[in-house]
Design a protein around this ligand. Structure first.
Ligand code: FAD
Length: 327
């Protein structure tokens, strides 16, 4: 009799991981923005995301408000925060201070970024400052090692950025993949992508990354593309060329409601195509607004863990009776 096979004969679907869901928020700039943000946070919280990320100004320009927001998320909500951290212009010593502060507050996930270079930045970076996100990943791992007893030998989850369209400063998309591989080798656990306007760009990035040896999850970052102004501005900020068909469609829209309908439809199609291509989750850039994000989510019908099933407002946000969560 042959020994029992170690290979699972059962269908893998019952063991397949549910789709991850996360949102990006940014620290509020004033009291009115803070009130709006907290309304958004409560709406998003009821969809049980796996984590919410909090952006960080390059050079630590909004360090205090970012830490305050992370702290409130930890103490006043059920949400798990992922703290963005940028290293541009900061020394290892300064960054160790902020990493330690984040860990002391109870943050256990950091998105390690270089940050955008300030306009007119000198060609030579400040002496002793970290040059690349890869250096920050290594620094976080060193701080983690020193604090292993405090972390009960647990790990900090480290995310990094990935680029479906070439990073504006990068010589090629091949170079971008080499950089992603280097960040993985230095200790990154997962990647979140920059916005993209064509699903093929995401699929292509994942294929090229896998061929190069990148094995970490690459989560597509998707933004509700609901207004012409936002899409145009996004193109300027990120250096990613918006799709001309989307720009044309938004420009032809009669009013904000139609613009929004078009944007939600395109965003859902983009996210759906990424999921169909095997994306392990969706990271929604919210701009601190919940309505469009929830509408996209409602239409996506994600397979989510068995948590409370339906966001109370999801069914009223979009027409129809579709449910936010399928399982
Ligand atoms: P890196 O990975 O360091 O890459 C920066 C450039 O250097 C690239 O051109 C890369 O090709 C090159 N490079 C990297 N390593 C090497 C190397 N070893 N040798 C040679 N070249 C190298 N910005 C903020 O300021 N705050 C935020 O909160 C923020 N959140 C973001 C979230 C996501 C999901 C994404 C995708 C981006 C975010 N950004 C944020 C923007 C980000 O900081 C910029 O895109 C920045 O220009 C690059 O950051 P990075 O971490 O990809 O840098």
């Amino acid at each position: 009799m042959s020994p029992p096979s170690l290979i699972q004969a059962t269908a893998p679907s019952v063991h397949s991981a549910p789709t991850a869901l996360s949102y990006e928020l940014f620290p509020p700039k004033n009291q009115a923005a803070e009130a709006t943000l907290w309304n958004t946070i409560r709406e998003l919280e009821s969809t049980n995301p796996d984590y919410v990320s909090v952006t960080y100004g390059a050079n630590g320009s909004n360090r205090d408000t970012a830490v305050q927001l992370l702290n409130r998320l930890l103490t006043e909500t059920s949400l798990l925060p992922l703290a963005h951290l940028t290293c541009v212009g900061n020394t290892a010593e300064e960054l160790e201070g902020i990493i330690s502060e984040l860990l002391d507050h109870g943050v256990r996930g950091i998105l390690a970024l270089r940050g955008d270079l300030p306009q007119g930045a000198p060609a030579e970076p400040r002496h002793g400052s970290l040059a690349y996100a890869q250096d920050l990943v290594e620094l976080i791992r060193r701080v983690e090692q020193r604090r292993s007893a405090l972390l009960c030998a647990g790990k900090v989850a480290i995310g990094v950025a990935a680029y479906p369209a070439r990073h504006p400063e990068s010589p090629s998309i091949e170079h971008d993949v080499e950089v992603l591989l280097a960040k993985q080798r230095s200790g990154a656990d997962f990647a979140i992508t920059q916005v993209f306007f064509h699903a093929d760009q995401y699929k292509d990035l994942v294929n090229r990354a896998r061929r190069a040896g990148v094995s970490i999850p690459i989560i597509p970052g998707v933004m509700p593309l609901t207004s012409l102004r936002r899409v145009q501005r996004l193109g300027v900020i990120t250096g990613v060329e918006p799709s001309t068909s989307l720009l044309d469609a938004l420009a032809r829209a009669d009013d904000a409601a139609e613009s929004r309908r078009i944007g939600v439809k395109v965003t859902v199609e983009l996210a759906r195509a990424a999921l169909d291509a095997g994306a392990p989750g969706i990271h929604l850039y919210t701009f601190n607004e919940h309505a469009a994000a929830l509408e996209v989510l409602d239409k996506l019908q994600l397979l989510r863990p068995g948590r409370p099933a339906v966001h109370p407002r999801a069914s009223t946000i979009a027409a129809g009776t579709s449910r936010l969560v399928r399982a």
